[in-house]
Ligand binder design. Structure first.
Ligand code: FES
Ligand SMILES: [Fe+2]
Length: 448
């Protein structure tokens, strides 16, 4: 695998705060970043029927993503070509996009179906100049992605190496288990960066280290980055299988530590494992003798969870263990999507600016899982403004505690800029290296 692109990421760098705190920078993103990147607009499952649509808003721009056929999805700028009224808001189902101002209409293919008293314009309105303007659209991993740049590179190419690395996990077969969002008082990058490294676990989630204090590696290739665990701090190197392996420090019995750890995760994150895996973990102590090495505990637990899932119609993808290790636990897909992938589940984040206020963002968290066909839960986006443990559970509320405080701290005269770990936080440095290519400013500077 090709590691890191520039060498810069391997060296200690400082990241200027402008990208987080400057209103001018936030405005410039509207011209230099957002119109030029592929963005995950929604999940394919949100538009199952022809005529189902989702409105994706990014700053001043709004895009309609609509299913036009069993296998076809289109995306259009969300604007009436008469005098500019927005056509849709949120999600819904329609046969035509009808403007509520003067009643002009378009069919799902973007062809104008009605312009009232069209003869008023003589012959100056025609199908070409009345056609809704298209936005590039494609699917990968069960997401619908959009790009406003008509000359953009193909989605698949843009996503590499994330697409090839994550393909074996069959993310497209996962469905929402829950989804929740809020406005958050920090920059969208400050929010996202709380979830693209695990270096913060000891400081932010100290309870988690009772089952082992992981040390992370992090990698970047091109614009995307990912990280995983290499072993325990002050402990042995682990043959860890990402988010689906056994847990426990060297002196714990992994048959007992693993179910404890997974139950704790389910309780405090409501993600990164499944009920099937937890049930298999609970049986470890009865099914395996004391002293079974952690790798065997992992393998046994996963094999029995795989069998249990198969019995209820959830067929696991075949992922080579070496490949699972190489993909780590957490991907930053530039610019604003984070995917923590597991064998039958994923925890995902999306952050967007909330207008041009650099101190505000829209932050979304969602969990995907493989379900037996026909047994997928009905979910919808839940707005939960209260960033507390009660509403977001313990782990996320701990992360939420940091984000506005980082945003405030970065404005201090006493702060020279961020200094991400060149070993464990390459994703943060790579994010800004890539951003700077779009923005023309804000590149990480090596600490000499
Ligand atoms: S603005 Fe849409 S019909 Fe007039
Ligand atoms: Fe965290």
């Amino acid at each position: 695998m090709n590691d890191v692109t520039t060498g810069l990421l391997d060296r200690p760098c400082i990241i200027p705060v402008e990208a987080y705190t400057s209103e001018a920078y936030a405005r410039a993103e509207n011209d230099k970043l957002w119109p030029k990147v592929w963005q995950a607009a929604c999940r394919v499952e949100e538009i199952p029927r022809v005529g189902d649509y989702v409105t994706y808003d990014i700053l001043d721009e709004s895009i309609i993503v609509v299913r036009t056929g069993a296998e076809t999805i289109q995306a259009y700028y969300n604007v009436c070509l008469h005098r500019g009224r927005r056509l849709t808001a949120g999600c819904g189902h329609t046969k035509q996009f009808a403007c509520r101002f003067h009643g002009w209409r378009w069919d799902l293919n973007g062809e104008n179906a009605l312009a009232l008293d069209r003869e008023d314009w003589g012959d100056k309105l025609n199908p070409d100049n009345l056609r809704m303007r298209q936005v590039k659209v494609d699917t990968w991993g069960g997401w619908v992605w959009v790009n406003m740049d008509p000359d953009c590179e193909p989605l698949r190419q843009w996503l590499e190496p994330a697409s090839s690395m994550l393909d074996p996990f069959e993310l497209e077969k996962m469905r929402y288990r829950w989804r929740q969002w809020l406005y958050f008082p920090c920059n969208w990058k400050t929010a996202l960066e709380a979830f693209i490294e695990s270096y913060h676990v000891l400081g932010t989630h100290p309870e988690l280290i009772q089952w082992g204090e992981n040390i992370a590696w992090s990698r970047a290739e091109g614009r995307h980055s990912w990280h995983g665990f290499s072993g325990l701090r002050n402990g042995p190197q682990l043959k860890n299988t990402g988010l689906s392996g056994a847990a426990g420090t060297a002196d714990q019995d992994p048959r007992i530590a693993t179910p404890e750890f997974l139950e704790y995760l389910m309780d405090t994150v409501n993600a990164t494992t499944t009920d099937t895996i937890i049930a298999a973990a609970r049986r470890l102590v009865d099914e395996l003798p004391a002293g079974t090495p952690p790798e065997e505990v992992s393998a046994h637990m996963m094999a029995s969870a795989k069998r249990d899932d198969a019995a209820r119609g959830v067929i696991w993808p075949e992922v080579d263990p070496e490949h699972m290790m190489a993909t780590g636990i957490d991907w930053h897909v530039f610019p604003n999507t984070v995917i923590l992938h597991g064998i039958t589940f994923a925890l995902c984040y999306r952050a967007r600016p909330n207008g041009y206020d650099p101190d505000s963002c829209i932050f979304e968290v969602y969990v995907l899982e493989r379900f037996p066909e026909g047994q997928e839960p009905e979910t919808e986006w839940v707005y939960e403004p209260d960033a507390t443990e009660e509403k977001w559970r313990r782990i996320l509320s701990q992360d939420f505690n940091n984000m506005p405080e980082v945003q405030k701290g970065m404005k201090s005269r006493g702060f020279p800029g961020s200094r991400p770990s060149p070993v464990q936080e390459k994703a943060v440095t790579n994010f800004h290296r890539t951003l700077a290519e779009y923005m023309g400013t804000g590149a990480p500077v090596e600490i000499k």
